[in-house]
Write a protein of this length. Structure first.
Length: 563
């Protein structure tokens, strides 16, 4: 009963945080409000959640990372794969070395291996917090895609560096060759496990649906359980469960392009996943805030044990570490941009340098979040000889304080940095979307023309069918820009309305098939395809395109009624 009460309280706090952000006229970022509510719950003492990192990782990371991998625009991430990998791999190693040395210099009592472990767990960024913070002050789409791609990959690289640093602290030794081989195995086995598991599950489910029909509830449950299965399988192979969950989402996005699910299934599945995303994100930040009073309560004791003059020295350490993280990130981004511009000039390409304030925004946007909190809580309590793990409480306090401070700095600093900045011109998807809409409309028109050609002369109600076909054809001709298109009044009879709905559903399904074909041939991006398919799904649902939870095929209905 206590677990149920705690869960309901966390969900209620997450919902309350969202309501406060919407009602208060101030630009309050939702994560900070939810952290404050969690801190209030923790300070009240009535609710105390013991954060178990392994359970936390298993419950929250697979669905959220799956969702990021599923919905992130693949073409944009592939286009910017160099900066993404540079931030996700190169910057992680750079940060571990730089921040590890800084932490050891600030806190000489902390062993070097523990300082590197703290630096490693501080290296992953949190795109969830960035998206929430920039909800009212938008970052450029391309920059957001780079940050999202970075966060999908640097969780794994940061945790792997953290694992080896902890192992070095426990054993007193470190092997670069073993670390490199282990990294390769962890990454490749995680990606392969996630992709293979998801492909097998989806193909098996598609086989069942082809023989017994689609059951939307089963499809949604399989979609929800899939990320957890990928995560557990990868972890059992000593691979990266994080990368497995990401690979699972990417695989589902490619399978979606085949159009195997019905409009009703896609519509309901998107609604379910949106709800899970909102609830999980909110609970994560509330949990983070709920841990804050206990960790802050140990600050004085931690300062005394580590030889600090007092809590104010700890505050200085937190500021110095946060400033170091931002400075190293800015240096990496600045040098990387210089290299990109230099290579462009060598190729004879004219490249415009973005404003410095945008580089500063990219540095501040790399906030820390839930992976850092959960990861640092996995620090061992004791060494193999039974003695206490050195400076464990101090590392947890510093990690928690850096998370909160990075969120505050990003919340305060990003809006003025981006205000009035002329953004670099980004590739427009308007022409691509217009082309896809026109191609889909023509496909819908061809479906109606096929229905007109199949109309038998002696068919009962042929005049009603011809009038309905004429009405739908006029609608589609107007969408394709045909000057011969003329408006037509709605037919009054119920039979005519039923026929129009049937024809409309058939045309919508033809449009959707054309969108999927364009996406499979890489003529349009996954983001454009997803948006257009979602519009068509909603139109089909509104036209009565599904009955009893099972999709109907409008073309087959037309054929059967005209035969």
């Amino acid at each position: 009963m206590e677990v149920v009460t705690e869960t309901l309280a966390l969900l209620l706090a997450a919902v309350a945080g969202g309501l406060i952000v919407r009602l208060v006229p101030l630009p309050l970022p939702r994560p900070l409000v939810q952290i404050a509510l969690g801190a209030a719950i923790g300070a009240a003492g009535g609710l105390r959640v013991e954060l178990q990192p392994e359970v936390f990782f298993l419950l929250f990371l697979p669905p959220l990372l799956f969702l990021d991998g599923w919905r992130i625009p693949k073409e944009d991430m592939l286009r910017d794969w160099r900066p993404v990998l540079g931030l996700a791999l190169g910057l992680v190693v750079f940060s571990v070395a730089g921040i590890g040395a800084l932490v050891h210099a600030l806190v000489p009592a902390m062993p070097l291996a523990v300082a590197f472990a703290l630096a490693a767990i501080l290296s992953p960024t949190d795109p969830i917090a960035v998206a929430a913070i920039t909800a009212r002050t938008k970052l450029p789409k391309r920059l957001m895609h780079v940050l999202e791609g970075e966060a999908l990959l640097n969780d794994a690289s940061g945790l792997i560096c953290f694992r080896f640093a902890v192992a070095a602290a426990l054993s007193g030794g470190f092997s670069l060759l073993d670390a490199t081989l282990s990294f390769l195995w962890v990454a490749t086995s995680g990606l392969a496990a996630g992709a293979a598991f998801t492909w097998l599950v989806t193909q098996g489910l598609a086989w069942v649906n082809r023989r017994s029909g689609e059951e939307i509830e089963t499809l949604i449950l399989v979609s929800l359980l899939g990320p957890f299965g990928s995560y557990i399988l990868a972890e059992s192979l000593h691979g990266s469960g994080i990368l497995a969950a990401v690979a699972s989402g990417v695989m589902v996005s490619f399978i979606d392009a085949e159009g195997l699910a019905s409009a009703a299934a896609r519509t309901r599945m998107n609604a379910v996943w949106d709800t899970i995303q909102f609830a999980a994100n909110g609970v994560i930040f509330v949990l983070l805030g709920e841990q804050l009073p206990v960790i802050l309560g140990r600050a004085a004791e931690t300062a005394w044990l580590t030889g600090h003059d007092g809590p104010w020295r700890l505050a200085f350490d937190v500021l110095a570490i946060t400033a170091g993280i931002v400075a190293l990130r800015f240096a990496w981004v600045w040098v990387s941009l210089r290299l990109v511009l230099w290579r462009a000039r060598r190729r004879g390409v004219v490249a415009h340098r973005p404003p410095t304030r945008l580089l500063a925004a990219a540095s501040l946007a790399g906030v820390r979040g839930v992976v850092t909190l959960a990861g640092v809580m996995t620090l061992p309590v004791a060494l193999p000889d039974g003695t206490a793990f050195p400076e464990r409480d101090l590392a947890i306090f510093l990690a928690m304080a850096v998370i909160v401070l990075s969120l505050v700095i990003a919340s305060i600093g990003l809006p003025p940095l981006l205000r009035g900045v002329r953004m670099p011109q980004e590739l427009s998807h308007a022409a691509e979307e217009d082309m896809a809409r026109l191609a889909a409309a023509r496909a819908g028109l061809r479906a109606i023309e096929r229905a007109q050609a199949a109309l038998a002369p002696g068919h009962a109600g042929a005049e009603t069918w011809r009038a309905a076909i004429g009405r739908i054809m006029e609608l589609y001709r107007s969408r394709t820009g045909d000057p011969a298109a003329e408006g037509a009044d709605l037919l009054p009879s119920r039979e005519a309305e039923r026929i129009e709905r049937t024809l409309f559903v058939a045309a919508i399904q033809a449009e959707r098939a054309e969108i999927f074909r364009l996406a499979q041939r890489r003529r349009i991006g996954t983001e454009t395809a997803r948006r257009l398919v979602q519009e068509l799904d909603l139109l089909e649902e509104g036209a009565g395109g599904s009955v009893g939870g099972k999709g109907i095929n409008g073309n087959n209905v037309v054929k059967s009624e005209l035969s």
